[in-house]
Write a protein that binds this ligand. Sequence first.
Ligand SMILES: *Cc1c(COP(=O)(O)O)cnc(C)c1O
Length: 852
Amino acid sequence: MIGPIRTYTVLPKLPERLRPLQTLAYNMWWSWNADAVALFRRINPDLFEALDHSPIRLLGATPQSRLEELAADDAFLAHMDRVASALEHYLNAPTWYSANFPQDRTLWVAYFSAEFGIHESIPVYSGGLGVLAGDHLKSASDLGIPLCGVSLMYREGYFRQYLNAEGWQQERYPENDFFTLPLLPVQDEQGKPLLVTVPISNRQVKLRIWRVQVGRVPLYLLDANIPENSAEDRAITAQLYGGDQHMRIQQEIVLGIGGIRALRAMGKMPTVCHMNEGHAAFTALERIRILMEEQHVDVDTAWEAVKAGSCFTTHTPVPAGNDVFPLDMVEHYLGDYLRSMGMDRQRWAELGRVHPQNEQEPFGMTVLALKMANVSNAVSKLHGVVTRKMWKDLWPGLPPQEVPIIHITNGVHTQSWLSPEIATLYDRYLGIQWVEKPTDFAIWRRVEQIPDAELWRTHERARERLVAFARQRVKAQLKRRGSPPSEIAAADEVLDPDALTIGFARRFATYKRGDLVFRNPERLAQLVNNKDRPVQFIFSGKAHPRDQGGKELIQRVVHFSRRPEFRRRVVFIEDYDMNVARHLIQGVDVWLNNPRRPLEASGTSGMKAAANGGLNLSILDGWWCEGYDGDNGWAIGAGEEYTDLTYQDEVESRALLEIIENDIVPVFYRRGADGLPREWIRRMKRSILTLVPFFNTNRMVEEYTEKCYLPSHRRSLQLTADQVQQARALAEWRRRLRKDWNQIRIVHVDAPTHETLRVGAEFPVKVRVHLGPFRPDDVDVQLYYGALDAVGEIVDARVAPLQPNGATADGDVLFTGSVPCSASGQFGFSVRVLPKNPFLPHSYEPGLVTWG
Ligand SMILES: *Cc1c(COP(=O)(O)O)cnc(C)c1O
């Protein structure tokens, strides 16, 4: 190997007239604007295709003569100018945020994620989490939320997948060429790369910062691969989810601590940090350290202020899926750093453990994030229930349904996922407003006005494109494996552009059961090979490099696809990425999802399919529990959960084939005299108008803004004002809580006994509480009441506050109120005391409760 003595960069020499192309190529807005995509495609469609749809690589690879030609092509120039002014308009138009929250101009959100999926040409994502983060940025841009993204710039990104002759997954890690990525270096005042330093163990690792512009929103990417670092440290940002736990914790230190330092160095300290998954939880530590240093406050005070400005989103419904590190490893990498803030081992064990005294328990990043955030959320309604149950021990004494973790259901950035044809159709029949108001149900109702024939033709074109794409990919796969020419030629005959097409693409993890449909291969073979009503399947997806079970699933699917009875009807497309995803979700008739409930936190690919007129066939898990209304797709089962997994697979695979055979196939192939499947089209419309306005990231980011960002921002402003005065008071109050809470006792409850009441009556209650050193306004005394179940427990409990109402001679306080009797039946109530403080998001947060 010969290392260069100096490196230099060669950029294409764009004719002056084509300069707007450069501007467009460096703002990822182009990727969700169909007219902009068409503009780049027009330069050289085949090259654009071959270069991962990267405008920068396209411009670099286009011969100078072609560029000169374009600079003299009036039609091209008109197209370019139109797109350039659309971007200009987009960047300057008033937004949802500016219209609704003019008084919150100082909000500045930093959204931290280990991965961002913006576009296939920036390969720093692995799957759902990253794509969601990318769509979050795009919608934040649309809505004008003052927000930036923070992540790592991986030299190799996530692996590229190919299969060997045995159908076993192989991994390739091609290096990213940073100069053909839309990366802008962040520089200091002298124009030199801005560097920040992050402490890892006893080293100081240096990071440089890149910026990717996503519409209005900047995404900052941290890069340790610079000559100032040792070879070992340079490797920290080599791979996404590569390496072992040591690598992982170092990456998370870079993301969390390095990310905050980068923002600070740029003069962009956030008022609110949003941690997307526990990977980013170390952000809170660095913000605490900075506040301690700047305001000369203790760690508890800083913690209050930082917590008020922190939000956390968890995506993991299984305990094993959460990131954990041995406490000794935390000590090894961060010990000095934490001690410098006055935190000893006991203190950080408290931060990262559910049960701090349990020496067996490792340090959990999700636990840290839950303790550091003042608003935490799950990503679908069902996932909310699962998550609250999973973490209930962090709030002992609270019923699981009251555990303070809310849910904000995921979405997709609709515009990014639509086929250009269907986007045009929406423009025509919905009006162009659907772009600016994708959450408006009234606008989406107009889908009903799209003529059936037009919607169907549009969808058929997308299916044809998918089939052509699949054939071409299968051919390339065969060629690469050195298959005989006859076999390669036969790839032109796989799939049928007119057949009912079912897509299944996602990470291959065992709980997602990618092979479920093959559980009864004879029956499936009959189904797919039906002469008049054929069915075909397209699969795609990667398994994590260390997930043997996932790789075996892929191999099984591939083996089936090679059997003669399936060869033309089942294909596996290698190297699932956003490009493959886009072809699939745009072209399929049915999008299949059969995870083991409740292990799919949300899932988003089905939402992308729905936006393009695809119909979902799914287990009632994740988002589909909320989306399915009985008429806008199909549900496998009724939301059952099983303990016998083999039995579950048996039942659900049978149900799956039955639905396809008895419901889906007949509706798809029932054609009128005009050749149109009218009932199918009706369902497509139902699916679009019921699902698209809700399951999009504009709705989602609006919810984040209203439920997380703004309340956090306002609380954090209050707590930090006047040299963090309120945070000091709150820390002091919390110290008192911890010390003296056990003095609180419910002394006596006075209520009518054994009485029969009529609906509409009220049930008066008087409670005597011993408050110890606390004042009545330090506490929330509540009635907790509801119907009793068969074993005498309160279900669907409701809460009513009681009011302080005098004191007894010996200093106890009386609280009174009443329970309304709004329904008949057997009821019960209990009484409890919770801490109350106007600077807390709610009384549950401190995790203290005294029951009567
Ligand atoms: C949308 C998307 C995902 C996430 O979809 P799921 O339904 O969660 O599987 C994963 N990978 C890619 C490339 C995607 O585009």
